[in-house]
Design a binder for this molecule. Structure first.
Ligand code: ACM
Length: 531
């Protein structure tokens, strides 16, 4: 391909040299470069102007200085762009003013914080500056979106690979921008999880919450209680064969997520949603009898045996092993829909389990029902209510927030990616109503939970429950196009929030998803370009 293009250029030059008679065919006018503000999530500040920069055969990616991490991010960018551009894009530590330049630390980067970046494009170079490698990585995601969508294809494409001139200065609104994948109701392989991680990172999501246990399956190997995975993980909704992650699998997910600047937040849901554990070990049951494995989709029927000491041996072992293989700060302990646990037992259970998480050096996140117990100082409540959640329940969460419990917002009728878009959506559930693309985008995390101080909001998370989902295609149809909207609520300043502007930026992502092989829902609310 490259050679053919060169030949074509030579012919053009020859034809031009022949002078007068034949006007050589003009190549079709190059499409205008993507405007610098046509990015999702919307950047905090954009100053367009000046000459554009075009990648070419000789473009180098410069990482002056000697940061191994910055070099890795540069290598990742080169790996993304080589197939479609056909360019070598060598990564070099040699200083220079041309090409794609990474600047880590140094003048003016202090204000960019742990995740921010500045991208300056013009003339001979595009420079991405950041205080930390995560900022470089997020800058790379912006750079990707400024290139034509065809840059995402894995075979050589026609350029030009032009980036408009100007400067983007960008830092996130919230430090916690999560996505949750339910690998319990249906099991997803390490490869499927990695594929989702890659998609999440394009929108600057920085937390991957894995829902590792539920009634239908236990998905993580625990050495001291081996049957949890080998038996408790042996099926899934509908009765398929299920599966689980070995410790090495889990570490590989963490390694891959961390290469994309996402931190894994593992969840063991307790004391409800525990049938898979109860089925694996009779001794965990109050009556000493193991129930059968469960492959349906009901909730609220299972509970750990709160009065029994053996329950806390189990909890201690599981949390100890999970904490030991999890570098991130958070362990999620569930706590939702414990309809088969009395209130007193629920409170007693949470009073005993939260200190175990602390003992192993982690901070607990619980679904917002934790605020009905005694959330320990620093532990986090994840709000998943919706428009029919009672005022009393909301007030309970808001009061906890006023008293210092930080909150992650995942309102089910906005942020749940498994809710159907409308009545015709073939996948998903609808207990929180239909969640259109506009509905999922059009809310403000800063003011959403009445009575909760804005400062209590750590950020947002988009959960994807998998009762009806069993393939990557299913995940992608539900996540796209809503996931980028939640990502934008987490990243972009409230001042950029505007559905009419957003839907145009979102529409421009469609060809990118086509190029990446993401089968998204072409919602009629979004002005997609014709295919
Ligand atoms: C939940 O949806 N039960 C957290």
């Amino acid at each position: 391909m490259r050679r053919r293009r060169l030949l074509f250029s030579l012919l053009l030059v020859a034809a031009a040299g022949m002078g007068t008679a034949a006007v050589p065919p003009q190549p079709a006018a190059a499409p205008a470069a993507t405007p610098l503000d046509r990015v999702v999530p919307a950047p905090a500040s954009v100053v367009p102007g000046g000459a554009a920069y075009t990648l070419g055969e000789g473009t180098r990616i410069r990482v002056p200085g000697n940061s191994g991490e910055a070099r890795k991010v540069a290598g990742y960018l080169a790996g993304l762009l080589r197939p479609a551009t056909g360019f070598d894009l060598p990564v070099t530590t040699k200083d220079g003013r041309d090409g794609i330049v990474f600047q880590l630390g140094g003048r003016g980067t202090g204000k960019l914080g742990a995740e921010g970046y500045r991208l300056t494009s013009g003339g001979r170079s595009v420079t991405i500056s950041a205080a930390r490698p995560a900022g470089l990585f997020h800058g790379v995601q912006t750079l990707r979106q400024l290139l034509p969508a065809s840059a995402e294809r894995r075979t050589e494409q026609r350029g030009p690979w032009t980036i408009a001139g100007g400067t983007i200065t960008d830092t996130p609104r919230y430090g916690h921008r999560g996505a949750m994948l339910d690998v319990s109701r249906h099991f997803f392989t390490v490869e499927q999880v990695k594929r989702y991680i890659d998609q999440l990172s394009l929108y600057k999501i920085n937390k991957l919450h894995l829902h590792l246990s539920d009634d239908q399956g236990w998905r993580i190997a625990i050495k001291s209680w081996p049957k949890l995975a080998t038996y408790g993980g042996s099926t899934q909704v509908g009765g398929g064969k299920g599966g689980f992650y070995t410790k090495d699998d889990y570490r590989e997910i963490i390694r891959y997520a961390s290469s994309r600047y996402l931190t894994v937040v593992p969840e063991i849901d307790m004391p409800g949603h525990t049938n898979a554990a109860l089925a694996s070990y009779a001794e965990l049951n109050c009556n000493g009898q193991a129930p059968p494995l469960y492959t349906g989709t009901e909730v609220g029927f299972s509970s750990l045996c709160v009065p029994k000491q053996r329950t806390y041996d189990f909890v201690d072992d599981v949390i100890r092993e999970l904490a030991a293989m999890t570098p991130g700060r958070y362990l999620h302990i569930g706590g939702d829909e414990a309809h088969s646990t009395s209130h007193d037992d629920y409170v007693a259970f949470m009073d005993r389990v939260q200190p175990v998480v602390a003992k192993y050096g982690k901070t607990a996140i619980g679904w917002h029902q934790l605020t009905g117990a005694h959330p320990a100082k620093g532990n986090v409540a994840q709000y998943w209510g919706y428009d029919k959640t009672s005022a009393a329940e909301r007030a309970q969460v808001a009061t906890a927030a006023q008293n210092g419990t930080p909150v992650i917002l995942s309102p089910a009728d906005r942020a749940y990616l498994d809710m159907k878009y409308d009545k015709n959506t073939p996948l998903g559930l609808s207990w929180a109503g239909y969640v259109s693309v506009q509905r999922s985008y059009d809310w403000d995390p800063g003011t959403y939970l009445e009575g909760a101080p804005a400062s209590s909001v750590l950020g947002v998370e988009a959960p994807l429950w998998a009762e009806t989902l069993s393939t990557s295609a299913h995940i992608e149809y539900m996540a796209f196009p809503r996931l980028p909207g939640i990502a934008e609520l987490g990243w972009s300043p409230a001042s950029t929030h505007d559905w009419d502007a957003y839907k145009k930026r979102l529409a421009a992502q469609g060809p990118r998803w086509d190029a990446m092989g993401i089968g998204y829902y072409r919602s009629p609310e979004v002005p997609w370009p014709a295919k």
